[in-house]
Ligand binder design. Structure first.
Ligand code: IPD
Ligand code: CA
Ligand code: CA
Ligand code: CA
Length: 265
């Protein structure tokens, strides 16, 4: 486990928000679901869980800035720290009764992601990582999978909401990965896709057109689990490009090469 004041703050906040999500899961008829844009839904469950996270993190670290999916940006007095907060990653799953979603918190210090917590309240799986201190699932140290052949790999990916993203490029990428990998998965939560790469359930994962709160927590997990993470175009820090490609060293390299070739096609 990681025992640091920072991790205690993050885990306590995530557990509180998760409790709120667990209560709301299955109560969709009471959740005032609305559409933020085509295919992009939000509910009272997202808003309630976000309030819990915002209040807990503001109380513990009053100066830090925040980027919240539903509440936008809160500028703090401490310019070097920013929380990237997704209270419910996997809203579509949640609203359809699919038990695969998570709370995600990432901490950025001076442009670098230094800590992450991703909590799946239904499976009661807590993924945590802090820079230099390793990554854990519940109390167990986790590592990315060792598989080095794409032909053996299970590769996760994400698809954008209705009307967003470049569909022709994405379809080329998916078809290129399908042609050479052991299998593909679109599971519906970017934060859990990253967490699953960190613990070796998925071997690699890529997605474009994300927001930083979708992946900041998960990026910390993959890196501390010995994995490689860049943007889908290979930029070292994904925060600005807001896309992700990850896996162990060898599969990450192969995945980037496949994506590059598919882009050029
Ligand atoms: C979404 C999920 C999904 C990804 C989308 C995200 P939300 O987040 O992470 O897997 O494909 O791009 O927007 O809206 O459920 O928090
Ligand atoms: Ca999200
Ligand atoms: Ca969300
Ligand atoms: Ca959303």
């Amino acid at each position: 486990m990681i025992s640091s004041p920072l991790m205690t703050v993050m885990v306590d906040a995530a557990r509180k928000a998760a409790r709120s999500l667990r209560r709301d899961f299955g109560e969709v008829e009471n959740l005032q679901v609305s559409r933020k844009g085509p295919g992009d839904f939000v509910s009272a469950a997202d808003r309630k869980a976000e309030e819990v996270l915002r209040d807990a993190l503001l109380k513990a670290r009053p100066g830090y800035s925040m980027i919240l999916e539903e509440g936008g940006v809160i500028e703090g007095t401490d310019k070097s720290h920013t929380w990237h907060i997704d209270p419910l990653d996997g809203t579509s799953n949640f609203l359809h009764g699919v038990p695969h979603f998570a709370v995600s918190i990432g901490l950025e210090r001076e442009g670098v992601i230094v800590a992450g917590v991703v909590f799946d309240p239904i499976k009661d799986e807590l993924f945590i990582a802090e820079r230099g201190k390793g990554a854990y699932l519940n109390n167990r140290r986790i590592r990315v999978a060792a598989r080095s052949e794409m032909a053996d790999a299970l590769v996760g990916y994400g698809t954008p909401y209705l009307g967003r993203g470049s569909h022709p490029r994405l379809l080329r990428e998916i078809s290129a990965v399908m042609a050479v990998s052991g299998g593909t998965r679109r599971m519906g939560s970017a934060a859990l896709d990253l967490a699953y790469v960190a613990c070796g359930r998925l071997d690699a994962y890529w997605e474009r057109d994300l927001q930083t709160y979708d992946f900041a927590g998960g990026v910390a997990l993959v890196r501390e689990a010995g994995g490689f993470v860049t943007s889908a175009d290979g930029a070292a820090e994904p925060l600005a490009p807001r896309s992700i490609a990850c896996g162990n060293e060898s599969l990450h390299r192969d995945l980037l090469a496949i994506l590059k070739k598919a882009q050029a096609a």
